[in-house]
Design a protein around this ligand. Structure first.
Ligand code: HEC
Ligand code: HEC
Ligand code: HEC
Length: 111
C-alpha cells in the first residue's frame, strides 16, 4: 500500500477466486436472484486476509442450483454481511425461489 502511494502505481490484483475458462460464471444474474456475496465469499468483513471459503468446484455450483431456496435473500440485502433470515422472509422465500431457474444442464455453464 505504501509503495503504491509513493509510486502512484495501482496495487497488483492478487486473484483469490477463479473459475476455469471452460466454465461460464457471471455475478449479475446471481445478485439479481438474491444470492448474497456472503453465501459464496463468506464473512469477508471479518477476514484479515481474504481466502476461499467455498470450493469453487462444479459440485458446489450444482448443489446450490439444485436447491437455491436456502441461499437466497431479499435483493436489497445481497451486500449485507450481517443479514439473517427473519420470519417475514421465511414466509415468502419459497415463492421467490419458485420463480428461479438455475441451469443444471451441461451447456448452461459450459458454452
Ligand atoms: C453465486 C456465488 C457468488 C456470489 C453471490 C458472489 N460471488 Fe464473487 N465470485 C464468485 C466466483 C465463482 C468468482 C470467480 C469468478 C471467475 O473466475 O470468473 C468470484 C469472484 C469475485 C471477485 C474476484 C476477485 C478474486 O480475486 O477473488 C470479487 C472481487 C468478487 N467475486 C466480489 C463479490 C461481491 C462484492 C459480491 C456481492 C455483491 C459477490 N462477489 C457475490 C462467486 C460469487
Ligand atoms: C449459492 C447459490 C449458487 C451458487 C453457489 C452458484 N449459483 Fe449459479 N445460479 C444460482 C441461481 C439462484 C441462479 C438462477 C437465477 C435465475 O433464475 O434468475 C443461477 C444461475 C446461473 C446461471 C444462468 C444464468 C446465466 O448467466 O446464464 C449460470 C450460467 C450459473 N448460475 C453458473 C454458476 C456457476 C458456474 C457456479 C459455480 C462456480 C454457480 N453458478 C454457483 C445460484 C447459485
Ligand atoms: C452450474 C454450472 C455447471 C453445470 C450445469 C455443469 N458444470 Fe461442469 N464444471 C463447472 C465448473 C465451475 C467447473 C470447473 C471447476 C471444477 O472443475 O470443478 C466444471 C468442470 C467440468 C469438467 C472438468 C473437470 C476437470 O477435472 O477439469 C468437466 C469434464 C465437466 N465440468 C463436465 C460437465 C458435464 C458433462 C455437465 C453436464 C452433465 C456439466 N459439466 C455441468 C460448472 C458446471
Amino acid at each position: 500500500m505504501r509503495e503504491s502511494w509513493e509510486t502512484d502505481a495501482s496495487i497488483a490484483w492478487v486473484r483469490v477466486h477463479q473459475v476455469p475458462d471452460h466454465a461460464f460464471f457471471d455475478h449479475s444474474v446471481h445478485l439479481n436472484a438474491g444470492v448474497g456475496c456472503q453465501s459464496c465469499h463468506g464473512r469477508v468483513d471479518e477476514m484479515e486476509v481474504v481466502g476461499v471459503v467455498e470450493p469453487i468446484a462444479m459440485q458446489w455450483c450444482l448443489d446450490c442450483h439444485r436447491n437455491p431456496e436456502e441461499h437466497i435473500r431479499p435483493k436489497s440485502e445481497v451486500t449485507n454481511m450481517k443479514w439473517e433470515a427473519d420470519e417475514t422472509w421465511l414466509a415468502q422465500r419459497s415463492e421467490v425461489a419458485a420463480a428461479l431457474n438455475p441451469p443444471m444442464h451441461c451447456s448452461g455453464c459450459h458454452r
